[in-house]
Design a protein around this ligand. Structure first.
Ligand code: MN
Length: 285
């Protein structure tokens, strides 16, 4: 049975542009080794936005060396990048943007959603790339609701975003082995999952409440980080819950990051700034 390693709670609260009021749940600043291959998770909302005709979000900025994965629970997010990738995603949909060698992108609330306003709730996860893939070509995967298989499990349902659950596979193409599941749990139900031994495991509670066999309770905007050893992961949903499971093979490579770039060495970070300033990451047309 996997044991709790620690509970990760909000590290900071800030706005990303004027569209994303985020709670940073974890960052490689302090839990780089513990969370690898995952670098950072920002939880935006839940928040009710009034209707507007303005463009709300964050304008042109670069990334290199990792992937940004945006999961929409409520509202809409529109993205556009310098490699030609772009699209709009809504509730239940995922945008998997591989920055790799570098892109410049913008992230805004979907125009139609902004015009009508309403609830907004989005997770942005940064997934690190193995050293050998950091300078590969950028890629954009817009993953729609119908591409994500939903599996009925005892006590709830589970949608496989990446990796697999038993024989069900997720649509996201990844560079290292990982499983990312959107779990909906009914109140009072117990859950038991088999996970690969040695993988990082974090369970984020968005709504509801869960209880681990050791007695700890995990509440909204908290993440249970489990020990890597063992394959059996179990918990009880003490309330109806919305959960995000992050499970991935640690990369065990040096992590050096600054702002929007995450590489393996300081020299690579300096190079990233030079390449961005000289326009090598492209521009939005
Ligand atoms: Mn970005």
């Amino acid at each position: 049975m996997k044991k709790l390693s620690f509970i990760q709670r909000t590290q900071s609260e800030h706005w990303v542009g004027d569209g994303f009021p985020v709670r940073n749940i974890f960052s490689y600043d302090d839990v780089a080794e513990e969370m690898s291959p995952f670098l950072l998770l920002d939880y935006a909302g839940p928040k009710n936005f009034p209707a507007t005709s303005e463009k709300r979000g964050v304008g042109e900025h670069p990334h290199r060396g990792f992937e940004t994965v945006t999961i929409v629970y409520d509202g809409e997010v529109e993205h556009r990048d310098s490699s030609g990738g772009g699209g709009k995603i809504g509730p239940g949909e995922v945008q998997w943007m591989t920055a790799a060698s570098g892109v410049v992108h913008e992230e805004y609330h979907g125009r139609e959603y902004a015009k009508r306003g309403g609830p907004f709730e989005v997770v942005q996860l940064w997934v690190n790339l193995p050293k050998k893939d950091k300078m590969t070509k950028p890629r954009y995967q817009g993953i729609t609701r119908d591409q994500i298989s939903e599996v009925a499990i005892p006590g709830g349902k589970l949608r496989v975003i990446a990796g697999s659950y038993e024989s069900t596979k997720g649509p996201a193409l990844t560079f290292s082995p990982m499983n990312i599941w959107d779990i909906r749990a009914e109140a009072g139900k117990k859950f038991e999952f088999k996970l690969p031994n040695g993988f990082t495991t974090g369970l984020l509670v968005l709504r509801g409440r869960i209880k681990l066999p050791s007695g700890e309770e995990i509440r909204p905007a908290e993440m249970a980080v489990m020990e890597r050893e063992g394959t059996d992961f179990s918990f009880e949903a003490t309330e109806e819950s919305v959960l995000l499971l992050l499970n991935g093979q640690p990369l065990n490579e040096p992590i050096v990051g600054a702002g929007p770039f995450v590489m393996n060495t300081e020299a690579e970070i300096r190079q990233a700034y030079m390449d961005y300033r000289s326009g090598k990451m492209g521009h939005l047309s």
